[in-house]
Every structure is written in structure tokens, then in C-alpha cells.
Write a protein that binds this ligand. Structure first.
Ligand SMILES: Cc1cc2nc3c(=O)[nH]c(=O)nc-3n(C[C@H](O)[C@H](O)[C@H](O)COP(=O)(O)OP(=O)(O)OC[C@H]3O[C@@H](n4cnc5c(N)ncnc54)[C@H](O)[C@@H]3O)c2cc1C
Length: 370
């Protein structure tokens, strides 16, 4: 097997030669308008042997290790390009199928996902179930060779450009809430699936509401055990936490952007103080990310909380520095309008604080209602 250092060297060389073909670095979720470009990029990555790096060769992967995959992500962060077309397909859906899929499911799903032909969305959140995902009420009732799905999902990033979705639905309403849920792979073109874009305060529409009305979902698309979907979902969400090395590179870039805020401007004492505090905070987060090394869930919560809160404060400071101009349409106002989403996506700041309090600081657990 190719040593990790040699693989990393190849990756850096290939990226230097190919980065001009990449879409802009959009982060984990590909915005709908870039999906076409993202598919072409994913195909190019795959043809060069940098997709599904730790997936089995028989399913279109490279058969290497998670360490090889981590250095690919690191080099992509350095080059400022997306490491994969879309995290939901290549990390969440792919990871779940690898871990829980039958041989048929692996054969059917993995190759088209790794080549970018099949784009995935995440159908977890509902109007009444976000932080408390266990309260989800979308129902999937067995009827012959299918499950009949009824309910509503919300905040589904890229739903309208996805061919498939990973879906959590209640299959046993009489069981305690975390035990009656199953996990499905759901084609988005089934009759009865209706996708409606939601408009955000930035003016963009990255999310969709997804309505299920008597959708007949073939039973073969159940992933993992019937009523055992909570465990599948939780392992998927653990996959969602990125590699800490990538955070370090991302933070370095953000710190450079923050420093640039003072360029060409005469900052007042208060603004200087605020910017310095943010830079110190960011540098401390970077040191923590470097010290943590390989991923640990509490470290991921600390970094998620620290980085998204810092980016929120940076967006507000940038707005202050722009003065009245920040009220006009432009990058300063866009930053202010987009910043709150980062504090919510992937588990809100309050939920991260609960995790840190309970698991890291050993504080008493918050009262459970059920
Ligand atoms: C950019 C973005 C992309 C997203 N993409 C997807 C996607 O593709 N698919 C998908 O399924 N979902 C997606 N989501 C939804 C996201 O997972 C939820 O918004 C998130 O989990 C919070 O749920 P909620 O919006 O229902 O808020 P709620 O859970 O209702 O929370 C409301 C408020 O109460 C607080 N709160 C809740 N519980 C507690 C508690 N126990 N202790 C203290 N405070 C608490 C929260 O912090 C928050 O301030 C996305 C969200 C965003 C912002």
C-alpha cells in the first residue's frame, strides 16, 4: 500500500495541476447552483484516484486507509478546493451504506455516489424535531413489499438537486421515541415526494421543505435493522464531524482574512480591541485543534462551537467597520445574514454547550422529558 506521505505528495501535486477545474470552495454542502460543476469535479477526482479513498476498490474506491483520506482533505483545504462533491453523499450516505448496507445496497449505491452521478440530501429535521431529533413524526408503515411514508421534512439542503435522500422515519409509534425509528435510502423521484424551496434571509434558496404523501418506498431501501434507525442515524452524524487537520487550515485562512479587515482602514480603539480579541481567540482555537490531533467528539464540539461563534462575531465586526454601507446589498450584509446559520447547522451552539458541559466538564445531565 502506498505510504501516507507519498500519497499526500501525489495529492498536493495533482491539486496544483488541477485546482483550476474545481468549483469555489463551498464547504461541506454543495449549493444547488454549483451541483453541475461539482459533479464534474467529483468525476475528475475519481478518475485520478482521489475519491472514496478508504472505500473498497470493488465499489469504486481506492482501498486505502482513513489516514490517506485525512491527508487528501488536508491538501484540499490547503488548495482551497472542495474535497468531495457533497458531504451528505460521500460521507454520510456512503458511510452509512458501508457500515450497515447489504451487499446489494453496497453494489447499487456506492459506485454512482463516488463518481458523482448520484447526489444525496439529508432528510432528518422536521418542523417539530431538530435538536431533539428523536421526536420526529414522519411515519413509515409497512404495507406488503413497501413502506408507506407520510410526513414533512425541513431544512433539507439541496433537496431539489438530489437523486436520493437519507431518511429517518418512525416505524413503531408505540415504542419509546428513540426505539421506533428506522433509517431508509429514499429515491427523491418517487410519486408523492414534493420538494419546495425555502427562501433564506440572504435571498438565496439552499434549503427545501420535503413533503411525503402516501409515498411507496420499496422495503429493500431500509438500511440497517427495522426500528434500529437511531443507531444508524447517530453513527452517520458522528461521520459528519470533519477532520481536525482541515479545521486548522480553514482557521489559518480565516485568521488571515480577519487580519486583512484592518488593512487600508483607520481603526478606532474599540474596533482595534475587538479585532485583537477575535484574532487571539482564533489563534487559541487553532492551537487547540493542532493539539487535539485525531478526532474526538468533544473536541469536535469545542471547535464547532468556537469557530461558528467566532465567525458570527467577525461578521458583526465587519458590518460595524463597513458602517452604513453594511445596510446595502453586498458582501458585508451577506456575511451578517449568513452568519446565524453556522451557529445552527450540525447541532446548535446551545446543544454543543450541553455536550461540552456533560461530557467534558462532567456537569449533571440536563433533565430528560422522556
Ligand atoms: C445551514 C443549515 C443547513 C441544514 N441542513 C440540513 C439538512 O440538510 N438536513 C436536515 O435534516 N437538517 C438540516 N438543518 C437543520 C438543522 O439540523 C437544525 O436546524 C438544527 O438541528 C436545530 O434544530 P431546529 O432548527 O429545529 O431548532 P430547535 O431544535 O427547535 O432549537 C430552537 C432553539 O432552542 C435551543 N435548544 C433546543 N434544545 C435545547 C437544549 N436541549 N438545551 C438548550 N437549548 C436548546 C436551540 O439551541 C435553538 O436556539 C440545517 C440547518 C442549517 C442552519
Amino acid at each position: 500500500m502506498i505510504p501516507v506521505e507519498e500519497f499526500q505528495h501525489h495529492a498536493a501535486e495533482w491539486l496544483a495541476a488541477n485546482r483550476e477545474h474545481a468549483p469555489r470552495d463551498y464547504g461541506a454542502i454543495c449549493p444547488p447552483e454549483l451541483v453541475g460543476h461539482g459533479r464534474v469535479w467529483q468525476r475528475r477526482i475519481h478518475d485520478a484516484g482521489f475519491a472514496g479513498i478508504h472505500w473498497p476498490v470493488e465499489h469504486g474506491g481506492r482501498g486505502l486507509t482513513p489516514e490517506h483520506n485525512a491527508v487528501w482533505q488536508l491538501e484540499c483545504a490547503r488548495a482551497g478546493v472542495p474535497a468531495v462533491l457533497n458531504m451528505v453523499g460521500l460521507v454520510l450516505a456512503g458511510g452509512a451504506v458501508l457500515m450497515y448496507g447489504s451487499d446489494d445496497q453496497k453494489r447499487e449505491q456506492l459506485r454512482p455516489t463516488v463518481t458523482g452521478e448520484r447526489v444525496w440530501c439529508q432528510l432528518f429535521s422536521e418542523p417539530g424535531a431538530g435538536s431533539d431529533l428523536g421526536s420526529l413524526s414522519t411515519r413509515a408503515e409497512r404495507d406488503g413489499d413497501a413502506f408507506v411514508v407520510n410526513g414533512q421534512k425541513v431544512w433539507c439542503s439541496g433537496g431539489r438537486v438530489s437523486e436520493w435522500g437519507i431518511l429517518m422515519a418512525r416505524t413503531d409509534p408505540s415504542a419509546p421515541k428513540h426505539q421506533g425509528i428506522s433509517f431508509f435510502l429514499c429515491p427523491m423521484d418517487l410519486p408523492g415526494v414534493e420538494v419546495r424551496p425555502l427562501r433564506q434571509m440572504t435571498g438565496e434558496s439552499e434549503f427545501d421543505e420535503v413533503f411525503f404523501t402516501d409515498v411507496r418506498l420499496p422495503a429493500e431501501h431500509l438500511l440497517g435493522p427495522l426500528h434500529g434507525g437511531w443507531q444508524v442515524g447517530m453513527s452517520v452524524l458522528t461521520n459528519e464531524r470533519g477532520h481536525i487537520g482541515t479545521s486548522v487550515i480553514g482557521l489559518e485562512r480565516r485568521l488571515a482574512q480577519m487580519t486583512a479587515l484592518s488593512e487600508g482602514r483607520e481603526l478606532g480603539a474599540v474596533e482595534r480591541q475587538e479585532l485583537t480579541a477575535l484574532l487571539s481567540h482564533g489563534t487559541a482555537l487553532k492551537a487547540m485543534a493542532q493539539r487535539q490531533g485525531p478526532i474526538a467528539s468533544t473536541a469536535a464540539s469545542l471547535l464547532k462551537l468556537g469557530i461558528t461563534e467566532m465567525m458570527f462575531d467577525v461578521a458583526m465586526l465587519r458590518g460595524d467597520l463597513a458602517g452604513a454601507g453594511a445596510l446595502l446589498d453586498g458582501p458585508d450584509s451577506l456575511g451578517i445574514l449568513a452568519a446565524p446559520g453556522g451557529r445552527i447547522a450540525g447541532g446548535t451552539s446551545q446543544v454543543q454547550r450541553n455536550i461540552i458541559g456533560e461530557r467534558l466538564l462532567g456537569l449533571p445531565r440536563e433533565p430528560r422529558t422522556s
